[in-house]
Design a protein around this ligand. Sequence first.
Ligand code: NAD
Length: 244
Amino acid sequence: MNKNVLITGGTRGIGEAISREFAKKGYNLIINYVNSKEKAEKLKNELEEKYNINVLTVQADLADEKAIKNMVDIALNKFGKIDVLVNNAGIIIDKEFEEKTIEDWKQTLNINLIAPFILTKLIGKEMVKNKSGAIINISSINGINTYHPSSVDYDASKSGLISLTFDSAVEFSPYVRVNCIAPGWVDTEMNKDLSEDYVKEEIEKILVRRFGRPEEIAKVATFLASDDASFINSTVIKVAGGWY
Ligand code: NAD
């Protein structure tokens, strides 16, 4: 029987690559999106046809707790169980430290950290009932080391996601493995406004001398969900090309 995976923000960037990679492995998908209904439907049709799987697309703004709960209910009604949860969706508000407001902090924490907590709580307990499951959190190298005051709220949310990984691995032990990926620079829309000079400077700090591709994160996510990773739990894997 196919396994089922729920991916937040699964229609673009790293999330889209994760949806594609799980589809390739034969999983049924629950793809969450916030605005891009058309893109979500197109992806659903493409992946269902190509891989003979079932794809459910669910609109939910992760800043809204009710919408999150509703999404989990819809997914459980359709598939009966969720084997894998990927907390991928995230935002970054680009402003100087001085300009950051409490509202910026709340918005960032709501989507990047509190939504993963709500989903982990709701889905983790279902996984325990099924005595099996894997949760993968997409943090960032900014959650480990950071020197950028302008992303203070984002960095705090990503450090928090690492703590959530460790704590929920304990909470749902021994049945659910909870791991975290900390990507470095990846070529997605999140970075579309970076200046050419800044990108060049950052590439100098990456040993492989380029930004990552979304698929390079997605392949680690499918590995962590698989039985090949059966002894990997409560850990953070940096996927950053040797960024220093
Ligand atoms: P992206 O901006 O292309 O994708 C972010 C996704 O989150 C989108 O699908 C978006 O719709 C979704 N999202 C945003 N707000 C939402 C909301 N309120 N409700 C539901 N979904 C919402 O960026 P990406 O690079 O693909 O980022 C994916 C994850 O990877 C994020 O958590 C990001 O922090 C992390 N990350 C990215 C990089 C990078 O360099 N691109 C590096 C480290 C970590």
